[in-house]
Design a protein around this ligand. Sequence first.
Ligand code: NAD
Length: 506
Amino acid sequence: MSKVATQNKMEAIEMKRDVYQMVINGERVDSESKETFTTYNPATGKPLAQVAKATTADAERAVEAARNAFDNGKWKKYPVNKRARVMNKIASIMRSRFNELVELEVLNSGKSLVAAQGQVMQSIEDFEFYAGAIVGHRGTVNNMPGGFFNYSQNEPVGVCAQIIPWNYPMMMAAWKIAPAIAVGCSVVIKPASLTPLTAIVLTEICHEAGVPEGVVNIVPGPGALIGDYLVENPNVDKVAFTGSTPTGKDIMQKASQTLKRLTLELGGKSPNLVFEDADIDGAVAGSLFGIFYNTGQSCEARSRLYVHEDIYDEFMEKFVEKTKQLKLGDPLDKGTHLGSIVSRGQLEVIDGYVKSAIEEGATVVTGGEELKLEGFEDGHWYAPTIITDVTPDMKVVREEIFGPVVVVQKFKDEKEAIKQANDTEFGLGSAIWTKDQGRATRVANQIQAGIVMVNCPFSAFPGTPFGGYKQSGFGRELCIETLDLYTEQKSILSYYGSKPVNPFGV
Ligand code: NAD
């Protein structure tokens, strides 16, 4: 059984403020209804702060501010180097407040300190990456018949509604804000109601760094009300959404009414293939991280593990043993591997999936239960769980669980491994463990997923394209090409011939 915590560093922390306001047009403001909602620390279950609860009137104000900033403001007209300078300033303020941001992320999400450190660092690097990338984001000059000249330029798409989930609250905000403002867009962000705090602080930092009023606005509030309102608002030009596949489908349908530009980063059920020639210890370590990082609450969690039958017993013995060694406990303790689940509701979803597997005849090898940790009795904790004896049609194999639960199956050859890997409606991540580079390339080429990790536990760094095939969405974030998703390409065709052209000849 996983170790339990015996101390609670969280109790020693005092929140810097009791109320987190919205940011609209460069100002921190209350909701026009004056209503707030409570945001919690999922590790302790205790209230953390009050957050302004946006109404549709607030969302309207935010869209108007963004529209005005885009249509009449100076941000998109800045020379690109000046925008890059502000982006670097955002990154340097974040660096100087690193520990504070990490702590706030841990308190609001329940994730482990080490996970939050990595994610806040990546958020900083996202701003640095796009500060550099935007300088090189050039148009084209195209070959033309004599006398004609054509060039294209990239123009910002306009006002962007950016709707983000709770699993990586700051990193998702950075993935969205950085490329959008780099090209000159204005944004209205809708954070997840469970975890709004770091996105609010990031918005404040953008202003401190010199982003003009109205360019970055944030409206925390219920997704079905505020998210929906933003998606349907005719003054919004683009929606960038990260969240579940059902919500993504709903958004796609609604966005079609005004033909908005759309990026969808949705759910996943990523396969993890361990071949018979893999470095077994490396594959065990990588597979462990692949599913249990962020307490399994990752869109790219490698939640379907497939192991070659020849090494299955050896691999599983080590994998189960290492899983039992994972430490759950005070998320602020740097030795903690897994933090809490984000909410009671999410914990119940996870437990429901595990129970359904048992009812369908699967075996829970380890975990499969809620944990009560000393000092964190009211928090939401779930044991890292391994399930075997599953069949491809079971719910736990087909649906995204979004928790620390992995299902394990065997395969007998490469062909079967690829078939099993692709037997899903999703297509976000995937991993391959083999020492044979030829096999790695062959298998990677046949996997229907946006990301393939070869002998590698990590899915992304700033600069690497991140996004899905099939029902995991479309569009790629975190890379240079993301800038194209926030711009329109305008083609300018001129004629410089010495005689005017007379196509009708009359
Ligand atoms: P969710 O779809 O419930 O919510 C995501 C966001 O959408 C929240 O801000 C929510 O308030 C808002 N929302 C809810 N209903 C809405 C509606 N009708 N219209 C507009 N907005 C609405 O997802 P979640 O539970 O917060 O996050 C978990 C999901 O996110 C998982 O499926 C996970 O795979 C996915 N995810 C994907 C990626 C990726 O890059 N592909 C990254 C992180 C998370």
